[in-house]
Design a protein around this ligand. Structure first.
Ligand code: B1H
Length: 829
């Protein structure tokens, strides 16, 4: 069988297996030099740092492959249920340090390289980030992959191998500039091309009904275009190398690389048109976070990777099973948001048209196989495709969607007595604004379980977007609060804290992060607090160095590091944070005699290229930074920094260096947040609204250890119904008014005084995001934090409590809940 999970002569059929590998520095050093010589083609004397990276990666990779083959064989031969995580995004970041750490090889590798005068930390820095995602949703998929491997769940990630990941951001004259990202430029040693795993994906064309005598009518789809999906596999190593799972990413290739007839008749460009069109599908990641990218190419991407993944799952299933009737017993498929929701129609098509199942049975299999995670309630992010586009590109899937819809509507009318307005609400077709296919509704009805990503978000799903579907299927929605992997976000990102915790409570927490709770009593131990603060201080110095080097701005590591890093979005309210900085700036200048607490406000994040307001906010942050940082009147009391090109690797430096984490979204709009968790685990205090997972963080760390302010989700909804505006609030709050006056009069943009006119007038006329409504509460809470900073014993005790009480927010816990409640898979199934 040429289409095994991992192609190998070593499949347990008596072929020789390699000797177990030794992991002492001596052996590792010898192997690294061997790779350097025979794979890279350099002697140690000639080798440059990049060559050492390649050689080291290859040595680590060999060790992973041994485990990988074993894990794949185990999953295949045991017949255990496998979990497929379908996601348009996997925001992985660097892999080398993750792999070395999870194989427990950090020290021996460091030692091996040092024999040649090579510094492991510097080598690791050369690896490009795999940035195949936008933000939280893609990073969650990466944490989940790591946690599935670490908790011994046979998990398979399916996604797209974008040639260009998330764009690189530069700041020019204060404004965001987008540059192409080229992570594959030097090749990718982590991926394995599986040429034998290629599937045809069709687009367009016609559906014809075939009626043979004595047999039921069949539908046959003849696509007008076809492309190939080729698999690239990346191993995902779990903690202590226990299990190595596979991330399978699809690359689009033309069936014919060149149209020779066209070429020979002189049409050299035309000869390549088909090929270019095919490759365009997996060329680039759409950079619109929490916003629907409504273009045809996006729908092509979604269908392309959905169909390829399903064809692959079916092939794997039929390898060990006679037919697809028991598919749902052997595979669970999680849809990461609606981006792969077309899978529901595609699996129906494959079951009925290709594998000959009856509709009713196919529907049963489909629903039992799929489950769906919703990540946002923002109307502008909910995917819906114009019917004419959908029908033109995927005519057979459109027919199937109509048929699914008819069945659901019949059920709603007959069994629950839904009237027309309720039926309009659940319909898969939005009849409102030019008929559209609603992908959320499709994913919902095609799944046996639908989950939100925090307790609050899940409740709001039931009340808002899925209100009527929830009435129809009241047991379907459940909550699975997000988590983050402590291997990357604590152990690797913060080795200083990891060593300190190990020293204090022993190493058990490394294997079971909830045991970090043993640290809690040490919050009362002055000597421990001092060591805890010293670790934080060193991490802040490291970040201060980075800021000094990259931006030529000097910041004082003794000040509060107050950090907001995430995608730039109005609902996340970076603007509120900037206004507070301006108000503070004014106050410091007006009252220089007061005992101000020094602060460094740090921002980072990318705006979607087409999101004008978000780009304005970036511009404003940079303009404000320029003004404040060059004003001697505030000296070291206030600095504002916008660090360009936020990505996973930068986050790994930032999270451990924060004193204060800004999680200040308008309540009801941040589905969960995961940065909030990374910060708190690393001992930052949180200033935040009652939104997303902040609500559960409050429950875990306790109200004394988190700083909650502002309107609740319910109050926000109420004010929006009352057509709230900012004007009257601004009139009553001089601090706010003066800050806004400064912005709109061009204090921060003297070269273009009108630059922020719209940004500010939106607050007066509308205040949709409750920036004005929450300003005073936010300001007051910040001043309480200023006062707290003066009492370092108190601050550090709270910081220790945060680290000790955040274990529950591990993605291991999230994954175990999915495995237990939704997938019925894994070691405890
Ligand atoms: C989240 C997205 C998202 N929610 C559309 N929705 C995208 C929507 O490219 N697109 O079309 C991309 C991303 N991302 C985030 O998911 C939430 O805003 C966070 O609150 C949450 O923590 C994260 C993971 O659940």
């Amino acid at each position: 069988d040429m289409t095994n999970e991992v192609d190998s002569a070593l499949d347990g059929t008596g072929a020789p297996t390699p000797a177990p590998r030794k992991n002492d520095p001596e052996t590792l050093a010898r192997q690294i030099v061997e790779k350097l010589t025979y794979s890279v083609g350099k002697t140690p004397a000639e080798a440059r740092r990049y060559d050492w990276l390649e050689a080291t990666t290859l040595v680590i990779r060999d060790r992973i492959i041994d485990q990988w083959m074993e894990s794949s064989q185990r999953a295949k031969t045991s017949g255990e249920k496998r979990v497929c995580y379908l996601s348009m995004e996997f925001l992985i970041g660097r892999l080398l340090r993750d792999a070395i750490n999870n194989l427990n090889l950090t020290e021996p590798i460091r030692e091996a390289l040092s024999r040649y005068g090579v510094d492991l930390d510097l080598v690791e820095l050369l690896e490009p980030d795999a940035a195949l995602g936008n933000g939280g949703l893609g990073r969650l998929a990466a944490c989940f992959m790591e946690s599935m491997a670490s908790t011994d769940i046979p998990g398979f990630g399916y996604g797209i191998r974008y040639v260009h990941g998330f764009f690189r951001q530069e700041i020019a004259d204060g404004a965001q500039v987008e540059l192409p990202e080229t992570w594959l430029a030097h090749g990718n040693p982590w991926e394995f091309e599986r040429r034998e795993l290629a599937y045809e994906i069709g687009f367009g064309g016609k559906v014809t009904t075939i009626q043979e005598p004595g047999r039921p009518a069949r539908q046959v789809w003849r696509p007008a275009e076809r492309v190939l999906a080729v698999a690239y596999d990346t191993p995902i190593v779990g903690w202590r190398g226990r299990r190595v799972n596979t991330l399978r990413l699809w690359s689009a290739q033309p069936l014919d690389p060149i149209l020779l007839d066209a070429f020979n008749s002189g049409d050299h460009i035309g000869a390549l048109v088909e090929s270019n069109k095919a490759e365009a599908i997996t060329r680039i990641l759409y950079p619109a976070d929490s916003h629907q990218a409504g273009q045809e190419l996006r729908l092509r991407q979604e269908y392309f990777f959905s169909s390829a993944s399903l064809q692959d799952i079916i092939r794997r299933h039929l390898h060990a099973n006679e037919n697809l009737s028991n598919l749902a017993d052997k595979f669970s498929i999680q849809l990461n948001d609606t981006h792969p929701a077309v899978s529901v129609a595609e699996l129906m098509r494959l079951l009925i048209d290709v594998h000959g199942h009856e509709w009713a049975e196919a529907w049963e299999i489909t629903r039992n196989t799929f489950s769906y995670t919703n990540h946002t309630l923002l109307p502008e992010a909910l995917e819906h495709w114009p019917i004419h586009l959908f029908e033109r590109l995927l005519p057979r899937q459109m027919q199937i969607i109509y048929a699914i819809n008819a069945g659901v509507i019949r059920e709603a009318a007959q069994e629950k007595g839904f009237d027309d307005s309720k039926i309009a609400a659940i319909s898969l077709i939005d009849e409102g604004n030019g008929r559209r296919v609603r992908m959320g509704q499709l994913a919902f009805v095609g799944s046996h379980a639908v989950n939100g990503v925090s307790a609050l978000h899940t409740e709001l799903m039931k009340e808002t977007v899925f209100h009527h579907l929830h009435l129809l299927y009241p047991d379907r929605i459940e909550n699975k609060t997000n988590g983050v992997t402590p291997r990357r976000w604590l152990m690797q990102a913060n080795p200083g804290l990891t060593d300190l915790v190990t020293d204090a409570i022993g190493p058990a927490f490394l294997d079971d992060i909830e045991k970090i709770a043993d640290l809690d009593p040490l919050a009362d131990d002055a000597a421990f607090r001092e060591r805890f603060a010293a670790v934080k201080r060193r991490n802040k110095e490291q970040l201060a160095n980075l800021i000094g080097e990259r931006m030529a701005t000097q910041v004082d590591p003794g000040a509060i590091f107050d950090i907001q890093v995430k995608r730039i979005h109005e609902y996340k309210r970076q603007f509120l944070n900037i206004i507070e900085a301006i108000a503070l700036y004014d106050q410091i200048r007006s009252h220089p005699e007061r005992d101000w607490t020094p602060r460094v406000k740090i921002f980072a994040g990318k705006a979607a290229p087409s999101y004008a307001q978000a780009k304005q906010i970036i511009h404003l942050a940079n303009d404000v930074a320029r003004t404040i940082n060059s004003d001697p009147a505030v000296r070291d009391l206030l600095k504002v920094v916008f660090i360009p090109n936020y990505n996973v690797s930068l986050a790994e430096i930032i999270m451990p260096a924060a004193d204060l984490s800004e999680q200040i979204s308008t309540a009801g709009l941040e589905a969960s947040g995961t940065g909030n968790m990374k910060f708190a685990m690393n001992g930052a205090l949180t200033i935040g609204t009652l939104d997303g997972a902040n609500v559960e963080m409050l429950e875990h760390v306790g109200e004394d250890n988190i700083f909650i302010f502002g309107l609740t989700a319910e109050e926000v909804a109420q004010r929006r119904r009352e057509a709230h505006s900012g004007r009257s609030i601004i009139a009553e709050l001089p601090l706010l008014r003066e800050a806004l006056d400064a912005i709109s009069s061009g204090v921060f943009s003297p070269e273009d005084p009108a630059r922020y006119h719209d940004l500010v007038s939106n607050l007066y006329n509308n205040d949709w995001w409750m920036t004005c409504a929450d300003f005073q509460a936010y300001w007051d809470t910040q001043r309480r934090l200023d006062a707290l900073w003066q009492d370092q014993d108190e601050w550090q005790a709270k910081a220790v409590h945060n680290t000790a009480r955040m274990g529950w927010f591990s993605s291991d816990r999230s994954i175990r809940e999915y495995a237990r409640d939704i997938w019925k898979a894994g070691p405890d199934a």
